[in-house]
Design a protein around this ligand. Structure first.
Ligand SMILES: Nc1nc2c(c(=O)[nH]1)N[C@@H](CN(C=O)c1ccc(C(=O)N[C@@H](CCC(=O)O)C(=O)O)cc1)CN2
Length: 301
């Protein structure tokens, strides 16, 4: 019997049972780490990793903490733990927190246009178990990648923006996505999202921009880089906001180029960086390692 290519190489991601992530952020003050640890230990939780950062008090004195802990019978205990954390952190602190069962993978929809390298890289890494997410669907305004996506066993949905018009296409995107995804990835998706869509979708959107931002915002960054005679090109993964390519940066990297590189050479070298940068950003976001703060991020990688 023929092996299904979609599952032939499939390695489901290893998700830790009875492990949760706790993200705490807000105004820094003494006693936060002790208070959080006391609530966790009071429920019998064992902290397996803890990262914490405090801004300089002159910079507003913000506090950020990522804790991962194990706790038997986690699902049954989580509601009571959340209540106790809310009680403790609202008494005398100015903090917000999120608590998440890490055995439940985040659901992600991936948007693409014609370029396939970032999309196929994510699908390939996911099939090898390197991305602890559930890819619910791929949405594209073109059909170029349909067959390859379906070969991974992932639903492919064509939403023809040009024919429908941007607002009708965004309405269809919302119908497909709302309530069904925890975040969205734009894998070289070449349509500018409206602020209204971003607000109504209500989940984080990660974009891979093919330049070392803030250089060369907008379309055609490699051509602009070639024209400028740069010696480095790069890629930037960032959260999407209404302001094009201005959202909080999650990860960046660069590669050297020379005067002898053609635009095709630059695109080839840059594509490798795009794939690596996007995969890091998606993995870190899926593991709750990225905390947004104003127009920046704290990344506990
Ligand atoms: N609101 C936002 N939307 C999008 C962002 C963003 O940061 N905020 N990132 C872009 C991705 N991108 C660069 O990384 C980008 C995509 C598209 C364009 C552009 O000029 N698009 C044209 C149409 C191009 C086409 O159809 O081929 C347009 O939309 O008018 C510039 C930069 C994704 N969206």
């Amino acid at each position: 019997m023929a092996t299904d290519p979609a599952t032939a190489h499939a390695h489901p991601p290893v998700l830790p049972e009875n492990h949760a992530s706790l993200i705490v952020q807000g105004r820094d003050s003494t006693g936060i780490v002790a208070a959080v640890s006391a609530v966790l230990s009071g429920h019998g939780a064992n902290i397996v990793s803890l990262d914490q950062y405090s801004d300089d008090p002159h910079q507003g004195g913000a506090f950020y903490q990522r804790t991962v802990f194990s706790l038997d019978n986690l699902r049954a205990v989580l509601p009571a733990l959340e209540r106790d954390l809310a009680d403790e952190l609202s008494a005398g602190f100015d903090l917000d927190f999120t608590l998440r069962d890490m055995s439940v993978p985040k659901r992600v929809a991936v948007f693409a246009s014609k370029e396939d390298h970032c999309l196929l890289d994510l699908l390939w890494r996911h099939r090898r178990g390197q991305l602890p997410v559930t890819i619910t669907m791929v949405v594209s305004n073109h059909t170029d990648t349909a067959e390859e996506v379906r070969a991974f066993g992932v639903p492919f949905v064509h939403v023809p923006t040009m024919e429908l018009g941007k607002s009708a296409a965004e309405a269809e995107h919302l119908r497909l996505l709302r309530g069904n995804v925890d975040f969205v990835v734009l894998a070289r998706y070449m349509q500018i999202l409206s602020g209204d869509f971003i607000a109504r979708l209500g989940v984080p959107i990660i974009n891979i921009h093919h330049s070392f931002l803030p250089a060369f915002i907008g379309s055609g960054p490699y051509a602009k880089a070639k024209e400028r005679g740069v010696k480095l090109v790069g890629a930037t993964a960032h959260y999407v906001t209404e302001d094009l390519d201005e959202g909080p940066i999650i990860e960046q990297d660069v590669v050297r180029v020379t005067h002898a590189d053609t635009l095709a050479d630059i695109r080839r070298r840059g594509a490798d960086v795009e794939r690596t940068v996007l995969a890091r950003a998606v993995r870190w976001h899926s593991e709750d390692r990225v905390i947004r703060s104003d127009n920046s991020t704290i990344v506990f990688a």
